[in-house]
Write a protein that binds this ligand. Structure first.
Ligand code: APR
Length: 313
């Protein structure tokens, strides 16, 4: 039987994610959005379905506003919520998006009690924490998407600057999905060779800075929303790792219980992603500077969590 992927929020990220998932024949896809947008949601799904004969893809795509249609999904991606406008930080979205994430999580888990949840809605680290608490799911089945995207941005900038293929860049960005995320430059390599063989320190520093504000760069350029192609591609890479039990080593937003000295919070760490969800969190050796950066990032995530809790969530 084919796998089932539901995507809640059929906006820019959700629709692009459906597109990537279908193009890889990962699963049948159900797009879910609010009732006033039901026509639009059905239209996007039907339009994608009508592309499948051209591309030779054996997948079904449906659009709905009824969460019952998402029943028994293997994976559910949550993108529902509002996106940033120029001048806004991810944290500015918290009130509206917490309400939406709580509501959709309750509806999703009522119909798919065994699914794996992947959150994309911002502020990411706080929204996935909320999803974890509301769902009551074990920590392995509640995951946030941030690190794959942040690492993809970092890899793209390195490839552009060094004039090499993106395929040969191995890298990992850890920490919260905010402007103090932590690209691990010491562990970054190009074709197995150290980054310093290709770029000067000032070039590397500039790339780290551009990565940290990479989401904001797109928000400014678009003018009326935030990034969606790369966030969607990153999300679908995680979905693929789960549905195809690939045991990929990816940076994911995971629930931490002592790893990296952090407790009762979600943050970006390296992990093995497979059929069970987060199968293992990997604790890599960090040097003093990296540990300090990770602590600063954790402090920012902690502040956002405090705001969330103060709002009664
Ligand atoms: N149930 C289902 N869908 C909802 C609900 C809800 N209760 N509330 C909002 N939505 C839908 C909106 O109707 C909209 O179609 O979520 C969709 C969000 O789409 P966009 O506004 O296009 O936003 P997008 O760019 O996709 O970003 C979504 O992902 O990357 C993050 O920061 C980004 O938090 C934002 C989220």
């Amino acid at each position: 039987m084919r796998k089932k992927l539901s995507i809640v929020g059929a906006g820019n990220v959700g629709a692009a994610a459906a597109h990537w998932a279908a193009s890889q024949q990962l699963a049948d896809v159900v797009l879910v959005d609010i009732a006033p947008l039901e026509g639009k949601t059905k239209g996007k799904a039907l339009d994608l379905m009508e592309a499948t004969p051209v591309l030779g893809l054996d997948v079904r795509l449906t659009g709905t506003s009824d969460f019952a249609d998402s029943a028994n999904s293997d994976v559910v991606v949550i993108t529902a919520g509002i996106a940033r406008k120029p001048g806004m930080s991810r944290d500015d979205l918290i009130g509206t998006n917490a309400r939406i994430v709580k509501e959709v999580t309750e509806k999703v888990v009522a119909h798919s009690p065994d699914c794996i949840l992947i959150y994309v809605t911002n502020p990411l680290d706080a929204m996935v924490y909320l999803g974890y608490k509301v769902s009551g799911f074990p920590k392995q089945r509640v995951i946030g998407q941030a690190g794959v995207l942040d690492t993809a941005r970092y890899r793209a900038f390195i490839a552009m600057e060094a004039g090499v293929s993106v395929k040969d860049i191995q890298a990992m960005v850890l920490g919260g999905h905010g402007d103090d995320m932590v690209p691990l430059t010491r562990h970054t390599s190009i074709g197995g060779l150290p980054l310093s063989e290709f770029l000067r320190q000032d070039q590397i520093d500039a790339i780290v800075e551009r990565t940290r504000v990479g989401g904001g760069e797109i928000v400014k350029l678009l003018g009326d929303g935030s990034a969606y192609y790369a966030p969607a591609a990153a999300t679908i890479q995680m979905v693929e790792a789960i549905l195809r039990d690939q045991k990929r080593v990816l940076p994911v937003t995971a629930y931490l219980q002592g790893e990296y000295g952090l407790r009762d919070m979600f943050m970006g760490v390296p992990a093995v992603l497979g059929a069970a969800g987060i199968e293992r969190v990997l604790e890599v050796q960090l040097d003093g500077a990296e540990r300090a950066l990770l602590s600063a990032s954790a402090a920012s995530v902690g502040k956002t969590l405090d705001t969330l809790k103060a709002m009664g969530f």
